[in-house]
Design a protein around this ligand. Structure first.
Ligand SMILES: NC(=O)c1ccc[n+]([C@@H]2O[C@H](COP(=O)([O-])OP(=O)(O)OC[C@H]3O[C@@H](n4cnc5c(N)ncnc54)[C@H](O)[C@@H]3O)[C@@H](O)[C@H]2O)c1
Ligand SMILES: O=c1ccn([C@@H]2O[C@H](COP(=O)(O)OP(=O)(O)O[C@H]3O[C@H](CO)[C@@H](O)[C@H](O)[C@H]3O)[C@@H](O)[C@H]2O)c(=O)[nH]1
Length: 664
C-alpha cells in the first residue's frame, strides 16, 4: 500500500461501520404554531443507518467505446442519434450494484458544495471529495471553508462531522422526538487514487478555463484538467463505475472521456454521463437544495439509461422527480453552454437599452423598461438588471466555448451572434470607464478614486474574472493619485492576486490600495465607483441580522413535517429547526443542538488566504458620512444601480447610474 493509500485508509477507518437499520422516527408532531422548544443534545441512542441501493438487473453488456487511436474499436459503434457508444457484443456481465461510494474530483466552487449536499441527503453513501490542492483540502477540513456560501458550513459540518444523538422535547408533543446520531459520510482529502478506486459514481468537477495558449487561445475551453482527471479515473476506477461530467465542457467531451477510458481499459465497461451544474455563486446552497432542474445526459442505450437512473436515484433523495430531466449526452452538454449564453444575453439586452436611455436624455429609465418587459410571463423578471456588465468565471468562458463550437462547424454567423453578447458586455464596461474620466474633466491625475465592490456579484468571495478588475485597469491607465478598493466579502490577498494579473506597471500598481473598511476607501476620494451590488452599499440602513438565522429561514424554509412513522430526512430536520427557531425566537445555526462542537482551528486550517476568516463585513455604508469625507463635487458612479438617487442628491452628490437620467 503506498503512502496515499495508507492515509486514505486511516481517514476511512475513522468513519463508522454502516448498519442497515433505517433511520426511522416514530413520533407525532403538532402544528408549527403550537410548538415551543426545549432540546437535549447528546442523549445517547444507538446510531442507525439507512441502506439505499440501486440494482442493475439486466446484463451489463456495454463494452467501452473507442475510436481511432484506441486499442480496440472493433466492438463499438456510435449511435447516430446521440453519438454515444452502444454495445455490439461481449454481453456476459450481469452486475448488481449498490451506490455506496461517490467520488468528487475537484473540491472547488462546484465540487465542494455539490458533494456536501449530495452527502447530506444520502447519509448511507460515503462521499469522498478529492483535490490536488492540499491547502484547499485543509480548508475544507477546517472551520473556515475555502469558499463562502450562505448555509454551507452547517451542511458540511452535518455531513463531514456527523451529528449527536438528540432528544427534542416540544410542548404539545405526545412524546419526545429522538433524532438519531448521524455518522460522518463526507470526506475531503488529497488521496485521489483510493477514492476513485472505491467509487461507484465518479464526478469530474475540475476547472475548464478558456485556453490561453496555442490553438484556440482566447476562445476554446482548456479541457486538460478533464483529460488528466480522466486518465487517473481510467487507471483506477473499478469496473462498472459511472463517470459523470459535472464540469462545464465543450459539446462532445463525453466522447473524449470515453476514448481515454477505452484506451486505458479496453476490456472494461464504463458509462459516461453529462450532469452539468447550474448553481450560481452566492446562492449555491439554495440552488442545490431547491434546483430548478437537474439535467442528466446519457447514452440512449440500456446501460446508458441504467446509469442515468442510478444517478437520478442519488438526486431523488431530495429533488422531486419532475425536476430531474433526462436527455441524451450531447444535448445535455450543449444545454449547459446555451443556458449561460441565454442568461448573459438577457443582461446584454438591457445593457444595450441602458445606453439608449442615457443618451436619449428625456428620462427613459432602464429599470422601468426592465420592470415593464419582465411582467410579460413569456419574458419573466430575472436577469434583466442593467449594470456595468456581467463578470464571473462562467458566462464569458461558456459563450466563447459555444461560439468556438459554431466556428468549428463553419457557422460563422451563429458564432458572431453569440459573440455579440460579449461585445456588448465589453462596450458597457468601457462606456462606464470613459464616463468617469469624462465627468472628471478628462483627467484623473491628482485625484483619488474609491472602488466599492470587487467581487463579480454580491454574496460571494470569488474574485475571478470580476468586472472591477478591468475597470481598475482602465482607471489606473489614467494615472490617478490613488485607487482604493473595498469589498465586504473578498479577501485582500485574492483581490491583489487578480490585480497583479492585469499587466499594470509597477508605478500603477503602487497607486492601488486595498482597504479593510469603506471609510478608509472613500476618505478624500473625488469619486466613488460602486461595482458590486452588495446590500451594504444601498444607502438605506440594512438591519444587522444574525447571518445563520437569516440563512435558515431563507434557505430552508418551513417544509412539511413528516407524519408519524415516516422516515425523517435532513429536509424534515431543517423544517423542525425552523419551527424551533420560530417558537423560541432564538436564531441559531444549531437550534436542536445536533451539531458536534467544532475543533479549534489549528495550522491545518491553512496558513494562507484559504484559511482566513472570510465572513462578510456587514456594516452598511453611511452615505451621510461619506458626503463629509469626500472631496467636492462628490461624484458617485453607480455601476449597479443600487444607491438611492434622491437620497444621494439630497446629500449633495453628483450621481451617474446605468441607464438613468444624471442626477445634478
Ligand atoms: N463556479 C461556478 O459557479 C460554476 C457553476 C457551474 C458550473 N461550473 C463549472 O464547474 C467546473 C469547476 O468549476 P469551479 O468553479 O468549481 O472550479 P475551481 O477552480 O473552483 O475548482 C476546480 C478544482 O479542481 C481541482 N483539480 C484540477 N485538476 C484536478 C485533478 N486532476 N485531480 C484533482 N483535482 C483537480 C483544482 O485544484 C480545483 O480545486 C468548471 O467547468 C466550471 O465551468 C462552475
Ligand atoms: O440581471 C442581472 C443578473 C446578473 N448580472 C451579473 O451577471 C454576472 C453573473 O451572475 P450570476 O449568473 O448570478 O452568477 P454566476 O455564479 O456567474 O452563475 C452563472 O454561471 C454559473 C456557472 O456556469 C451557472 O451555473 C449559473 O446558472 C449562472 O447563473 C454577475 O456579474 C452579475 O452581477 C447582471 O448584470 N444582471
Amino acid at each position: 500500500m503506498d503512502n496515499s493509500s495508507e492515509q486514505f485508509e486511516a481517514a476511512r477507518a475513522s468513519l463508522p461501520v454502516l448498519q442497515n437499520n433505517n433511520n426511522k422516527l416514530t413520533r407525532s408532531l403538532p402544528s408549527a404554531q403550537s410548538l415551543a422548544t426545549t432540546v437535549s443534545p447528546g442523549v445517547s441512542t444507538p446510531s442507525s443507518w439507512r441502506a439505499n441501493s440501486w440494482t442493475k438487473g439486466t446484463p451489463d453488456t456495454s463494452p467501452p467505446s473507442s475510436r481511432s487511436g484506441s486499442p480496440d474499436n472493433s466492438k463499438v459503434k456510435y449511435s447516430a442519434e446521440d453519438g454515444a457508444a452502444t454495445e455490439l457484443s461481449n454481453g456476459d456481465a450481469h452486475v448488481t450494484k449498490a451506490t455506496r461510494s461517490i467520488c468528487f474530483i475537484g473540491a472547488g466552487f462546484v465540487g465542494g458544495p455539490t458533494a456536501a449536499i449530495i452527502a447530506l441527503h444520502n447519509p448511507d453513501i460515503t462521499v469522498n471529495v478529492v483535490d490536488l490542492n492540499e491547502q484547499r483540502v485543509a480548508a475544507w477540513n477546517s472551520t473556515y471553508l475555502p469558499i463562502h456560501e450562505t448555509g454551507l458550513l452547517k451542511v458540511v459540518r452535518t455531513a463531514r462531522d456527523g451529528t449527536l444523538d438528540t432528544v427534542v422535547s416540544l410542548p404539545g408533543l405526545a412524546e419526545p422526538v429522538e433524532l438519531k446520531a448521524r455518522q460522518p459520510n463526507l470526506v475531503f482529502s488529497t488521496n485521489v487514487v483510493p477514492a476513485i478506486a472505491e467509487a461507484d459514481i465518479i464526478f469530474i468537477c475540475v476547472n475548464t478555463p478558456t485556453k490561453t495558449y496555442g490553438v484556440g487561445a482566447g476562445s476554446m475551453a482548456d479541457i486538460s484538467a478533464i483529460e488528466s482527471a480522466t486518465r487517473t479515473v481510467a487507471q483506477n476506477a473499478k469496473e462498472g463505475a459511472i463517470i459523470v461530467e459535472k464540469s462545464t465542457v465543450p459539446c462532445g467531451t463525453a466522447r473524449v472521456i470515453q476514448d481515454i477510458l477505452c484506451y486505458y481499459r479496453p476490456e472494461t465497461s464504463f458509462e459516461v454521463l453529462s450532469n452539468p451544474e447550474f448553481l450560481a455563486e452566492g446562492t449555491a446552497v439554495e440552488n442545490l437544495m431547491h434546483p430548478d432542474r437537474i439535467l442528466i445526459g446519457s447514452a440512449q442505450t440500456l446501460t446508458g439509461l441504467e446509469a442515468a437512473a442510478a444517478l437520478k436515484k442519488v438526486y431523488g433523495a431530495w429533488v422531486p422527480d419532475e425536476r430531474i430531466v433526462t436527455v441524451n449526452t450531447f444535448s445535455s452538454e450543449l444545454a449547459k453552454l446555451v443556458a449561460n449564453a441565454v442568461l448573459a444575453q438577457r443582461i446584454s439586452n438591457m445593457n444595450a437599452v441602458s445606453a439608449i436611455c442615457e443618451e436619449f436624455g428625456l428620462g427613459a429609465d432602464v429599470d422601468d423598461v426592465s420592470l415593464a418587459i419582465g411582467k410579460d410571463s413569456r419574458v419573466g423578471p430575472k436577469f434583466l438588471q442593467a449594470g456595468v456588465g456581467f463578470g464571473g468565471s462562467c458566462f464569458e468562458k461558456d459563450i466563447l466555448n459555444l461560439a468556438y463550437l459554431a466556428t468549428e462547424l463553419h457557422l460563422d454567423v451563429v458564432a458572431d451572434y453569440w459573440l455579440g453578447v460579449l461585445r456588448m458586455n465589453e462596450y458597457q464596461r468601457q462606456r462606464y470607464s470613459r464616463k468617469i474620466v469624462r465627468e472628471l474633466n478628462g483627467s484623473l491625475r491628482g485625484k483619488k478614486i474609491a472602488v466599492l465592490g470587487f467581487a463579480f456579484k454580491d454574496g460571494t468571495n470569488d474574485t475571478r474574472n470580476s468586472i472591477a478588475v478591468h475597470i481598475i485597469k482602465d482607471l489606473a491607465e489614467e494615472m490617478p493619485l490613488d485607487i482604493t478598493i473595498f469589498d465586504p466579502g473578498c479577501a485582500s490577498a485574492d483581490i491583489l492576486d487578480e490585480i497583479q494579473k492585469i499587466g499594470l506597471s509597477q508605478i500603477q500598481l503602487e497607486r492601488i490600495r486595498i482597504c479593510t473598511g469603506w471609510r478608509d476607501a472613500v476618505q478624500d476620494a473625488s469619486a466613488v465607483c460602486v461595482l458590486t451590488p452588495w446590500k451594504q452599499f444601498r444607502g438605506c440602513q440594512v438591519g444587522r441580522t444574525t447571518k445563520v438565522a437569516a440563512k435558515s429561514a431563507k434557505t430552508f424554509g418551513l417544509s412539511v413535517i413528516p407524519s408519524a412513522g415516516e422516515t425523517i430526512t435532513e429536509m424534515d430536520i431543517l423544517a423542525l429547526e425552523d419551527v424551533a427557531m420560530q417558537q423560541t425566537g432564538i436564531l441559531s445555526e444549531d437550534p436542536l443542538g445536533r451539531l458536534r462542537p467544532l475543533s479549534p482551528c489549528s495550522k491545518e486550517c491553512g496558513d494562507g488566504k484559504l484559511g482566513e476568516d472570510i465572513e462578510f463585513d456587514e456594516e452598511t455604508v453611511d452615505w451621510v458620512e461619506v458626503a463629509g469625507m469626500m472631496r467636492e463635487p462628490r461624484w458617485v458612479f453607480d455601476g449597479r444601480n443600487v444607491v438611492d438617487l434622491l437620497e444621494l442628491k439630497g446629500l449633495g452628490f453628483r450621481v451617474r447610474s446605468i441607464g438613468k437620467v444624471p442626477v445634478s
